[in-house]
Write a protein of this length. Structure first.
Length: 612
């Protein structure tokens, strides 16, 4: 080899050193690389690319030198991938250009070589038909980026709704050491002295505008004041839900998910991720040691206690299956029944936003309230147990993070329903809807498409009452396509003008995590493939019973069989490309909407062949 290097371990000082010599340049030196190494430099995955004295490795080394690197930059040092989901069309990640530099600084400080790589942004704001359709594409890209490049560890930069599960799903399958860097919530919104929460207040003021109670100027003021900085939604929407889940699963530095995006602490956290991933490589701390059944259960409990987005159900199921953990809707419902909601943040809470949550102690403080319910022996990316990372955590405002004795809601955030309308399950967020809908019965008003529904709701002569159950079908994983966030169906103007702000709504779609109301979602199987929702007709009576977890249409079996015999499947939505692949292989909502050929049950990679 043209560069000679060795590793020595200093048992007294508990350190490892890399010694290198470049005879052709007359240089040599020594650098500390890690404490408590379990790997040697020869064990590094990247060494397969750069260490051998052969033609292929010559090519790799020469190309590194083409970029300005020298052997002292890479010899014996972990190659750290920084998967950055920055995009000019993703306001949640607008700061990620800068944060990548913070991560690089940390990697360099710890003796690694940082290598930034792009990943599809999957932004929530602009992607059509829905970002959910591209979560699996991000997961595939993440897995293949890691697998095909000389990366010893990765920092995953995400936060906007689908980026957390997409990045984590791919990294779980790839199997190299990984750490998740959450984008952080934006600052709280403000208009005319009123605090605004992204999403939640958009729905609220939209209803008021349709009712004629606010002016165009007020509406425009809300529009300009609701998103005041970069970062994810500052409500407990899907973004904050999923980053909290990643942290509770052990994949983030302590309290990382709670730091507001513009806070200086967020930059320090980013550098900390860079430093920590280098040590994780030497410690060989891989995701399978962290994302265990206990970690998944911890994440589900924390999600319920935060007032999580309904989207958490689909993403948790998908991530669990990637990790080979058998998580079901019934498991989540059982945890929901016994886990009180203690996070008083909108939309399930009433008064506060994520900035307040951070000041109150953040997720670390909330998890400390739940230690008797969590498996605190679970290992985290810190190399310590969850219990060790929670030591000393304090709640600084017990109205934001409630004690178990004074919850926001006596059960967790979500309930799973079953019945002849949803034999494979449906989801509702009981704490975020009018409590009169705990038990409800009324006639269905069925729409076959979103445009049909949108055209009807502003008809003030629409035949609708407060007891009517609005239904939107053909909006599931295949029917949407991609399962758009259409599930919070707008209240018809006729009811809005009568002062009503909630009604029972049912769909095989999803809804935004910032949404609220009596919305039954994720009906499975979806109507597009002939699920019972496809057989429902306007005027059929629907019965909801949340305490007993049931949802049924009161139609006899013989009539349903006759309707099924007359039902014909709609045409497939795609003829080519990724959409075609999505339609061929996406699973239903109760299975996490992952691709059937990517779950752990289909088979994990047996290893990486040495193709050189």
């Amino acid at each position: 080899m043209l560069v000679e290097w060795t590793m020595r371990v200093d048992a007294v000082n508990d350190c490892a050193y890399i010694s290198y010599k470049r005879p052709y340049m007359g240089k040599q030196g020594e650098q500390i690389v890690s404490k408590k190494p379990q790997k040697t430099a020869a064990d590094l995955r990247s060494a397969r690319w750069v260490a051998p004295d052969d033609l292929r490795s010559f090519g790799h080394r020469s190309r590194l030198m083409q970029m300005g690197y020298g052997p002292e930059d890479w010899v014996g040092k972990p190659f750290i991938g920084i998967l950055n989901t920055w995009s000019d069309l993703n306001p949640c990640h607008a700061h990620f250009r800068d944060r990548a530099e913070d991560v690089k600084r940390g990697v360099l400080q710890a003796g690694g070589i940082p290598l930034e790589m792009p990943a599809i942004s999957v932004d929530e704001s602009f992607t059509k038909p829905t970002s959910m359709m591209y979560r699996n594409l991000l997961a595939m890209e993440t897995e293949e980026q890691i697998r095909s490049h000389p990366l010893d560890g990765v920092v995953l930069m995400g936060g906007c709704d689908k980026t957390t599960p997409g990045l984590v799903m791919g990294a779980l399958t790839a199997g190299v050491p990984m750490i998740y860097l959450p984008a952080g919530p934006m600052l709280r919104g403000n208009y005319a002295g009123q605090v605004l929460g992204s999403g939640s207040d958009a729905w609220k003021y939209w209803d008021e505008r349709r009712a004629g109670t606010i002016t165009d100027a007020q509406w425009q003021g809300v529009e300009g004041g609701i998103a005041r900085s970069y970062g994810t939604c500052m409500t407990m929407g899907t973004a904050s839900t999923m980053t909290a889940i990643a942290e509770a699963m052990g994949l983030c530095l302590p309290n990382a998910s709670s730091i507001p995006a513009p806070d200086a602490g967020h930059k320090r956290m980013a550098s900390g991720c860079g430093r920590r991933i280098v040590d994780m490589v030497w410690e060989d701390l891989t995701p399978d040691q962290i994302v265990t059944p206990s970690a998944i259960r911890n994440a589900a409990i924390v999600a319920m206690a935060t007032g999580c987005s309904t989207n958490a159900v689909i993403h948790l199921l998908a991530m669990a299956r990637r990790a080979g953990v058998d998580l079901t809707l019934d498991d989540l419902d059982a945890l929901g029944r016994t886990t009180p909601l203690i996070c008083n943040v909108r939309p399930s809470g009433k008064d506060y936003l994520m900035e307040d949550f951070f000041y109150a102690g953040g997720l670390r403080a909330l998890m400390a309230q739940l230690t008797d319910r969590l498996d605190t022996s679970a290992i985290t990316v810190t190399g310590k147990t969850l219990g060790e990372t929670l030591e000393g955590a304090e709640v600084y405002n017990d109205d934001v993070i409630r004690p178990l004795s004074n919850p926001v809601y006596h059960e967790g955030s979500l309930a799973v329903l079953r019945g002849n309308l949803c034999p494979d399950g449906a989801v509702i967020k009981p704490a975020a809807c009018d409590q009169k809908f705990q038990q409800h019965q009324g006639p269905a008003l069925v729409f076959d498409s979103y445009p049909e529904m949108k055209a009807a709701i502003d008809d003030e002569d629409l035949d609708v009452t407060p007891d009517t159950v609005m239904v939107l079908r053909n909006a599931g994983p295949l029917g949407g396509p991609g399962m758009p966030e259409w599930g919070m169906l707008p209240i018809p103007k006729a009811l809005i003008k009568q002062g009503h702000r909630d009604m029972l709504r049912i769909s095989d779609a999803r809804m935004s995590g910032t949404s609220y109301g009596a919305c039954v979602l994720h009906v499975a199987p979806e109507s597009f493939i002939g699920g019972p929702l496809a057989l429902l007709r306007t005027g059929d009576v629907i019965r909801l019973d949340i305490p007993n977890r049931s949802l049924d249409m009161l139609v006899d079996d013989a009539e349903l069989e006759a309707r099924r015999a007359a039902w014909a499947p709609p045409p497939q939505p795609f003829e080519r490309g990724y959409g075609w692949m999505f339609a061929q292989h996406v699973t239903q909502a109760d299975q996490g909407c992952d691709f059937d050929f990517l779950t752990a049950a289909f088979g994990r990679p047996a290893g990486e062949p040495d193709i050189y």
